[in-house]
Design a protein around this ligand. Sequence first.
Ligand code: GLU
Length: 289
Amino acid sequence: MNAFVTRFAPSPTGLLHLGHAYSALTTYDAACAVGGKLILRIEDIDRTRCKAEFERAIFEDLTWLGITWEMPVRRQSDHFAHYTEALQKLRDAGVVYRCFKTRKDVADEIARAPHLTPEGPEGPQYVGDRLAAHKERSLLAEGAPFAWRLKTSRAVHLAEKIGGPLTFTEEGAGPKAEHGTIRATPELFGDPVIARKGLGTSYHLASVYDDALQGVTHIIRGEDLFPATHLHRLLQAVLNLPAPIYRHHRLMTDEMGKRFAKRDRAVTIKALRESGETSADIRKRVDLL
Ligand code: GLU
């Protein structure tokens, strides 16, 4: 058996709930089943939404669930310099551009021609391009804020020139039962923001970079992140990173069929623990006995 490395990568923006328990236990069980490793990664690049108390609760909840993981734990906010390096590689490859438009500018532009901008997984598929050099220079001189967007068409062209058609392997299932070898269609995202104003990175870039750095061979996560895989595969190809295998899993829902969210206090692991449930009860609740 080749090395098997998977990861659970929560963002400490709230308490973990039953959906997280299902995801974390699934990654842990998969690693245990083959004598592989589980990595825990704290995805806290958005410092305004992440809190130390939620990070502490992640360790506490997972330990209580009986999960163990590799040490040390990587906390993304400690590694912004790495993501800047990854962004520089994208800049060197000529596949990103500075976008000076505010959210409102973009929304207004789309409202003027909605038929040109279908919906993607993260909102309208906005496609732009870099400004003329003199305009960009004067905006930079004024200190105008900007975000980095991926020029998706150029990135796909480059990736396919090097490696042929972009595909990924799905061993689980996407929301429409997608399985097997899947053609990546990152165009679905338009030109996504790859490094946000003031943040220097995005979830997509940081996550793809870390998965490669940490030698993750199998990405096991909820099917809500299946669409993002199309973009992640493109970033891996352009950054010359290995392609992991994907296993997207179903999402846990309540009796009404509604997905659990961080605001559903009643089903947080902490609340269930405090109400006297055991970790075996949680396994039973998420059908992982
Ligand atoms: N940090 C992401 C979240 O909490 C998960 C990222 C991933 O598994 O790729 O939703």
